[in-house]
Design a protein around this ligand. Sequence first.
Ligand SMILES: NC(=O)c1ccc[n+]([C@@H]2O[C@H](COP(=O)([O-])OP(=O)(O)OC[C@H]3O[C@@H](n4cnc5c(N)ncnc54)[C@H](O)[C@@H]3O)[C@@H](O)[C@H]2O)c1
Length: 244
Amino acid sequence: MQASFDATGDVLIVTGGANGIGAALAHAYADAGGTAAVFDVVAGQEHPSGRVVHHLVDVSDRDAVLAAVERVRAEHGRIDALVAGAAVQPRSDVVDMDPQQWRHTLAVNLDGVVWCAQAVLPEMIARRSGTILVFASGLATAGRAQASAYAASKGALIAFAKSLAAEVAEHRIRVNTVFPGVVDTPQFRQANPAGGEREHWERATGIGQPADVVGPLLFLLSPAATMTGSTLTRDRAYTKSEAK
Ligand SMILES: NC(=O)c1ccc[n+]([C@@H]2O[C@H](COP(=O)([O-])OP(=O)(O)OC[C@H]3O[C@@H](n4cnc5c(N)ncnc54)[C@H](O)[C@@H]3O)[C@@H](O)[C@H]2O)c1
């Protein structure tokens, strides 16, 4: 059986889509015929089709999120999916934690997902269709020194996504959580400086590329993913190049 992902006419909002995994997904979605509206605080790459549309939006700013979602709805007439990837990963010991840094991490990684979900849900509920994906992290369950704010935000997201899935199932909206594995992105490099820690990941799980996560994400966005409140864990960085 041959299956391919067709997003013709569909509209995805992907937060944090100027870089890394979100950018790879936005471009793959446009390749598949859909439109990807990227919400990020920095500009990202254009797609030859013009169907990757960049909006400068800080997801921690609820009013800005509501306005941007309304713009997408007005311009494209529908919102089929939200992939909430925007995140920051500062490093700090708890004993030295700057309260503003703690608040900022939760405001982007957790509140930002809540504001985006709130903003897209009325449209999805009205159409009785929609998909929301959130990103967890292995650090949410394994923990890591100097990563408490990031890990706490991701742990909270797992619980949030489960509850939201239960809440909107009656509207035929699916909410799932992805553990994308260890992936070479700007955030990964900043949080894992070259040397010991990156070598550890290389040995422990392998390090994937953003494009390697696109297949699992497109599956979860597709009608083939007949599940909600579920978790897709990409445990090891199995890459296309390894498959050769
Ligand atoms: N890379 C990994 O190994 C890995 C592992 C586990 C989970 N994740 C998760 O996957 C998702 C994507 O991460 P990535 O590695 O591709 O990171 P990335 O750094 O490549 O992308 C994150 C994006 O979020 C944007 N962003 C930051 N603050 C923002 C804000 N306030 N509003 C809007 N956008 C903002 C950044 O500008 C950036 O473009 C994140 O949720 C991350 O926590 C990544």
